[in-house]
Write a protein that binds this ligand. Structure first.
Ligand code: NAD
Length: 459
């Protein structure tokens, strides 16, 4: 399926139309935003099957994964914004301060203007809808630039959004590098970019030229620590599920597992048992690798590994299929440890002890997520307390971005800025500080006015 790209010379016009829509002031009433959010929820609910089919067309993804991780998660996000936007948007008074309380200080939550959201291919619906919900809740106009690698989902969004939402405030721009480059030449109220660090640098550089505030939701190698004293079958199941969902193309997928050397074989046996339960037939439905270039990259990492393949290991270029694969005895300098895998390969990395695992994590970029499997609070505290990461998760894997009420974001090379729920609202909100100072204040503050003489000086 091919995607109709937006002509580059229309992009400025689209932005101008949205600015006019925003300047009309119609997004200011919260009731208007709630109506748009409700419409967005209906868009998703009415067309859920169409989206699941489109996700299958683009990614070959099994329906259950799409319902659970994409359409379901998107509807939850929109309804969370719908239910809470009144509370989020309320002006706030600071704590009382004798010096300033009579100036009536208030923080107002104001929209930033026209927002640009650039989304990646791996969760092409959720990563458009979740920030869109935050941007609408905050009262902004929005351009969405969905992934050009997902033509079915992007086409469906382009067709449905104007049917349900106010097209003077929300538009889709489709395209690849030339269209996105044009978008990035323009000033915006805020840019949210989700994708690779390589393109993230391009986006941040372009945003700097127009002084546009930018948030980057990037990726990285998210490690897993497994405590040998933990519930091993549970750890094995949850790690495999988190790794192989969407064929490993998940920003918070467990990238590799660190285990004490003597425990590796016990853990691999548990992984094999879980694997046989998940994939009883070698040809069950499994998400494909997004494109030929990614297939070559991920397959190249697999072919170059010096570790031992214990499950899977096969690939088929014509179907862009890489079997869910577990590799043990992977060393720190292996191909599988050289970059974010973003594919269905789980390396097991034996280390001398917990301290060696922590030292490895700390010697590399702060990951987007860090996982610990343990029932021992001291173990969890030690790992979380001596590392840095976007989020820190015990005994679970990829669900963290969907947990209502928590911020989601990276740190350092895994990203900057937080979104989902209230944090998405805050990302697209300007906190406008206001005071209204009464005339009598000058009875107290008259000393501030010139002429400056020694008598005015209070020391
Ligand atoms: P990508 O960086 O290739 O593409 C993302 C978006 O950028 C697309 O819309 C694409 O059209 C656009 N783009 C690509 N090249 C560009 C260029 N030269 N100039 C301007 N725009 C350009 O990312 P991807 O491969 O689609 O996504 C995978 C990456 O995203 C992984 O690293 C993953 O970890 C990360 N990711 C992060 C999160 C998060 O929330 N932190 C979520 C999903 C994915």
């Amino acid at each position: 399926m091919s995607l109709a790209f937006t002509p580059v010379d229309e992009i400025e016009k689209i932005q101008a139309e949205l600015r006019a829509g925003f300047n009309s002031g119609k997004t200011k009433p919260v009731a208007y935003r709630k109506y748009q959010l409700l419409q967005l929820a209906y868009l998703l609910k009415d067309n859920e099957k169409l989206f699941v089919d489109a996700l299958h067309s683009d990614l070959g993804r099994p329906a259950l994964e799409s319902y659970f991780l994409e359409t379901g998660a998107s509807i939850t996000e929109v309804l969370d914004a719908y239910k809470n936007v009144e509370t989020w948007a309320k002006p706030e008074k600071p704590a009382r301060s004798v010096n300033f309380m009579f100036m009536r200080p208030v923080t107002h939550k104001e929209p930033k203007g026209v927002i640009l959201i650039i989304s990646p291919f791996n969760y092409p619906l959720f990563l458009c809808i979740s920030p869109l919900a935050g941007a609408i809740a905050a009262g902004n106009a929005v351009v969405i630039k969905p992934s050009d690698s997902c033509p079915a989902v992007s086409s469906l969004l382009t067709e449905l959004l104007p049917k349900y939402l106010d097209a003077s405030l929300i538009r889709v721009v489709n395209g690849a590098v030339p269209e996105t480059t044009k978008l990035l030449e323009l000033p915006w109220g805020h840019i949210l970019y989700t994708g690779s660090g390589r393109v993230g640098k391009i986006v941040a550089g372009a945003a700097a030229k127009t002084l546009t505030p930018v948030s980057l939701e990037l990726g990285g190698k998210s490690p897993v620590f497994v405590d040998p004293a933990s519930d091993i079958p549970l750890a094995a199941k949850r790690i495999l599920w988190g790794k192989f969902a969407n064929a490993g193309q998940t920003c918070v997928a467990p990238d590799y597992v660190l285990v004490p050397r003597a425990f590796q074989d016990t853990f691999v046996d548990a992984l094999k048992t879980a694997y046989d339960g998940f994939y009883p037939e070698s040809d069950g439905e499994f998400t494909k690798i997004i494109n030929a270039q990614s297939f070559a990259r991920v397959n190249g990492l697999l072919q170059a590994t010096k570790g031992t393949v214990v499950c899977g290991g096969t690939s088929d270029e014509t179907r862009r299929h890489i079997a869910p694969t577990i590799v043990k005895d992977v060393k720190i300098d292996d191909s599988l440890m050289s970059e974010e895998i973003f594919g269905p390969i789980l390396p097991i990395v034996p280390v001398d002890d917990l301290d060696a695992g922590i030292a490895h994590v700390n010697a590399n970029d702060h990951p987007l997520a860090l996982y610990v499997f343990s029932q021992d609070d001291a173990f969890k505290t030690k790992v979380f307390g001596s590392t840095q990461s976007g989020s820190a998760v015990a005994n679970e894997t990829i669900l963290i971005p969907g947990v209502t009420g928590l911020p989601f974001g990276g740190t350092g090379p895994s990203g900057s800025g937080y979104h989902t729920g209230k944090y998405g609202f805050m990302m697209f909100t300007h906190l406008r500080a206001t005071i209204d100072s009464p005339g009598w204040i000058d009875k107290v503050l008259a000393f501030r006015f010139p002429p400056y003489t020694d008598k005015n000086l209070r020391t």
